[in-house]
Design a protein around this ligand. Sequence first.
Ligand code: PMP
Length: 437
Amino acid sequence: NVAPNDLNAFWMPFTANRQFKKNPRMFVAAKDMHYTTSDGRQVLDGTAGLWCCNAGHARPKIVEAVAAQTAELDYAPAFQMGHPKAFELANRLIDIAPDNMEHVFYTNSGSESVETALKMAIAYHRARGEGTRTRLIGRERGYHGVNFGGISVGGIVKNRMHFGTMLAGVDHLPHTHLPEQNAFTKGQPEHGANLADDLERICALHDPSTIAAVIVEPLAGSTGVLVPPKDYLQRLRAICDKHGILLIFDEVITGFGRLGAPFAAQKFDVMPDMITTAKGLTNGVIPMGAVLTTADIHDAFMDGPENLIELFHGYTYSGNPMACAAGLATLDTYREEGLLQRGAELEEYWQDAAHSMRDLPNVIDVRNLGLIAGIELAPIEGKPTARAFEAFLRAYDKGILIRTTGDIIALSPPLIISKAEIDQLFGTLSDVLRDLP
Ligand code: PMP
């Protein structure tokens, strides 16, 4: 175990570090569905790490691929040079992506994928002679990482309020969750598609030909599992098409099987112009992100005016061999075990298990889709977030890892979860919720 003094040097200033130091929780190993804690306990992973270990932990193929890659080719620059696995992985990604996606741009994280996609959207219009299209539209309660572009289009005010000037010309759509949806809806709510029409209101406010792109999480994950109403994304797509605005899906959480299809775009049958990814791309093992784009967007860069071809954007670690090896082995594992479809196969079982929480004390809403669920608790008066956080602590002590955001419990287990483990996850959680103050 780590001595209390050893907890001092490592500082994550923007997280609840103080609370952690009073009661440190350390993982020392992980295998398949379980973490091992520093005091030797097994904890069932109900969150796939941080929504990323979709194939579970320490999967042999991925472990071996990364080890072999270290010895074979540890690093190669991705600018004037290449290495075969970067091309192989890009092709494999395009194979599973929506039909209109044809090109891949590598990054190292979800935040970087978002910055890249926002820059690409503006540069794309410029390449086509529409340099006035620079406005970006996000959505309230959207989470797009922590960099300046991401917090600007992101819909969490407290993440941007201390940082002065944000990106100019950003607006936010209302979030998709209406109070009347708090009725334990199963799957997609029927009401609220009209919230997409707010994009028309924003277009009327500005000249729509100044808007470059709309960025949304198809299903908002980290702000509380907000399932979009039926037809909402279709309506967004139609309005974007009408005004020549690009539609970006941030699939950092929803990509790689979380909703029972490789991408949410396929689950909802809506084709965006760009998809931002990370997390499940390498099963969380090596940091990597990727932006998927249409041929149109790619061609605008490659065939556009000279100054855009020379536009510089890319990262030292873009498409690095270690990440590509991890990505390829991850996609192999997904394919061999049918994991990208597993969220569809288990959807009903998962839904029933999640909705069995609805009559427990303080539960005011349950939301689900694929293998993701949100269980919203009534806040303790004057102490928002305290009830869910207490649930997290008690769940951890009882051997399950859950995640909380505000007073919402979010569950997103590795896609290898068995029905017995789903029962264990929700069984333990219901014990926790039953006894919660
Ligand atoms: N976009 C979405 C939708 C996310 O959920 C996240 C991370 N939770 C990010 C972007 C940022 O990813 P990262 O933490 O890898 O930068």
